[in-house]
Design a protein. Structure first.
Length: 588
């Protein structure tokens, strides 16, 4: 009897489950049908339909309809509605991302490995002969989106920013081979990352999903920490390896995906070359000098050199010469950089102490926002050096670096005179060799010299320097005064001029003018040194160092310069530039 009752109950329950299942499936089928109908209706929707659906007060500011604007504005509206749903459903998005993460991990790991490995090779430090992945998985922890924002856009596209946080447990192993023949498996672990990704949906089109392609880029890197560990060994056993690998990883991420670099993912067939990163101008940089650098040597002083870059690509990083045993080096070197996006990019400067065969030690670094530069106008800046550009907790004074900057957007060349523009001009030596007529040897030498100088810029003229006065000079004499005079020196030619001595005066006036014939103004500099005159010797007070770029551009200017190396004091100078006529050979 119990068997029969159980059978009947089982049949009834089973039938009930079947009925519930069928009704559930019918309901889901109806929902899918309704959703398909809704999507189809959106695809056929016109501007007039959207106006009837929503009033103007519900549109964002960048959705402006006109009789001629149909599919782009409709795309904006659909994207806007979709993004609003994303903003409201962050928890839902994170929850579902966690559920599907094992599948995303498998696909993304292979994609990232294949795309990042060539980038690592591009940034591979010199001490390594090979740098590849032997293992790469993102782990079991999914990233979490913590914020969404929609940027105002025009009718051509929509820009969205997603803030992401990831404290992952990836399994990443680098196969590292040094030039000494040592092979090490290095594990990258304990990754902590927080950043803002920018998504650009562009162009907007009629077809769903209403945009042709998606550009993605790391707009802002807030935190990126990781640890390196040699499997079965100690990474510190090879000097400089840990630092070189960390710099390689940071630089690869910094340049391969950080804005303005962006990756383009086509959604619909089409030509999206206009979305690719393109140069927008050039940045002329003169590395003038540095002062008060930290001494890292036990014997003697540091041997500083500088690295400068906008993007840390190896071929786009400029390295200065090494100035031995000097904490106040003078370089006066000129570099040119390609700029892609002046509104967001920076110029980075890092000062190192050369250690010969060992890895160089960082003395300090600094950065300049290119958006602060006025196009076509030289900016003279002193930048304070810090230990780390991302984590500036150390307030220790590490010295300063002196730069001269000139940003030249493409298409602006005719609106101002760029003194760094390439010209074909001859030096005095070339003219002498050209006119000497001493046979084939001289002719060959001249051709070689001229070929070299064609790649350089030669600006000649007469520099008139008026030493006007000084202010607030430090006390040097026992009587509370000083007997100051000024020595002017052109660095390349070592031409010197000296003012008269003004006795017992901390605010002296000279009003003396000196003329210098300058053969290569862009690569020369004026050094003005103030001394105290004594009967048997002279005592150094301070100096100021000036490049000639500004006076070449402006023709004449007057300024009060602070004296470096002095407790106090300023020097008033007036500079005037008179260009010298350039001899041009008729064959050129």
């Amino acid at each position: 009897m119990s068997f029969v009752v159980g059978l009947v109950v089982g049949i009834v329950v089973g039938f009930a489950l079947i009925v519930v299942f069928v009704r559930s499936e019918n309901a889901r089928s109806k929902l899918r049908t309704d959703l398909a109908a809704t999507v189809a209706a959106f695809a056929r929707m016109t501007v007039e339909d959207s106006r009837q659906l929503l009033g103007p007060e519900y549109y964002p500011s960048w959705v402006v309809f006109s009789q001629r604007q149909k599919c782009p504005q409709l795309g904006l509206l659909i994207c806007w509605v979709f993004f609003c749903v994303c903003i409201a459903q962050l928890n839902w998005l994170n929850s579902h991302l966690t559920k599907i993460w094992p599948y995303v991990n498998e696909a993304a790991s292979e994609l990232i490995k294949s795309s990042v490995e060539p980038t690592l090779e591009q940034y591979r430090p010199i001490i390594l002969s090979s740098l590849k992945f032997s293992k790469f998985t993102l782990g079991t922890v999914a990233p979490q989106f913590t914020g969404v924002s929609i940027l105002e856009s025009d009718s051509s596209g929509v820009t969205m920013e997603l803030e992401m946080n990831w404290d992952g447990n990836p399994n990443i192993v680098l196969d590292v081979k040094t030039r000494l023949g040592v092979s090490l498996p290095v594990q990258v672990k304990d990754i902590g990352f927080t950043g803002v990704f920018r998504l650009i949906f562009k162009p907007l089109v009629e077809e769903l999903p209403c945009f042709g392609a998606v550009c993605y880029s790391l707009r802002q890197k807030k935190k990126f920490d990781f640890k390196l560990k040699v499997i079965g060994g100690d990474i510190t056993s090879i000097p400089g390896l840990s630092g070189a690998l960390e710099d390689t990883i940071h630089n690869a991420i910094e340049d391969s995906i950080t804005w303005p670099v962006r990756k383009i993912v086509p959604i619909l067939p089409g030509d999206y070359s206009d979305l690719e990163l393109k140069p927008s101008g050039t940045l002329e940089v003169k590395l003038v000098q540095a002062k008060d650098l930290t001494n890292k040597d036990f014997i003697g002083k540091s041997d500083p050199y500088a690295e400068l870059y906008i993007r840390p690509l190896r071929e786009r990083t400029k390295t200065s010469k090494i100035i031995s045993n000097d904490l106040n080096p003078i370089w006066n070197e000129h570099y040119e950089f390609v700029v892609e996006d002046a509104s967001t990019q920076h110029l980075y400067v890092k000062i190192f102490d050369d250690e010969g065969l060992q890895a160089s030690e960082l003395l300090g670094c600094a950065q300049v926002q290119l958006s602060e530069l006025e196009p076509g106008k030289v900016k003279d800046v002193w930048l304070k050096l810090v230990k780390d550009l991302e984590v500036q907790r150390d307030n220790k004074y590490r010295g300063e670096v002196h730069l001269e900057l000139l940003y030249c957007p493409y298409g602006m060349e005719n609106s101002f005179t760029n003194p760094f523009a390439k010209k074909v001009e001859m030096t005095t030596l070339e003219r002498v060799l050209k006119s000497s007529g001493n046979g084939i040897a001289d002719a060959a030498l001249t051709e070689r010299e001229v070929s070299q100088k064609k790649r350089e810029v030669i600006v000649r003229g007469v520099l008139s320097v008026t030493v006007i006065s000084a202010e607030d000079l430090p006390v040097v004499d026992l009587m509370g005064k000083a007997d100051p005079f000024v020595v002017l020196t052109m660095k390349k030619s070592d031409t010197k001029n000296k003012t008269r001595v003004v006795n017992e005066n901390l605010n002296p006036e000279w009003n003396q003018t000196f003329d210098f014939v300058v053969e290569d103004a862009l690569h020369d500099m004026l050094i003005a040194e103030v001394y105290d005159h004594d009967t048997f010797r002279k005592e150094y007070i301070g100096r100021c160092i000036l490049t000639l770029t500004r006076v070449i551009l402006e023709g004449e200017y007057r300024e009060c310069f602070t004296l470096d190396g002095a407790k106090s004091g300023r020097l008033n100078l007036s500079l005037k530039w008179v260009p010298q006529p350039i001899y041009r050979d008729s064959q050129w």
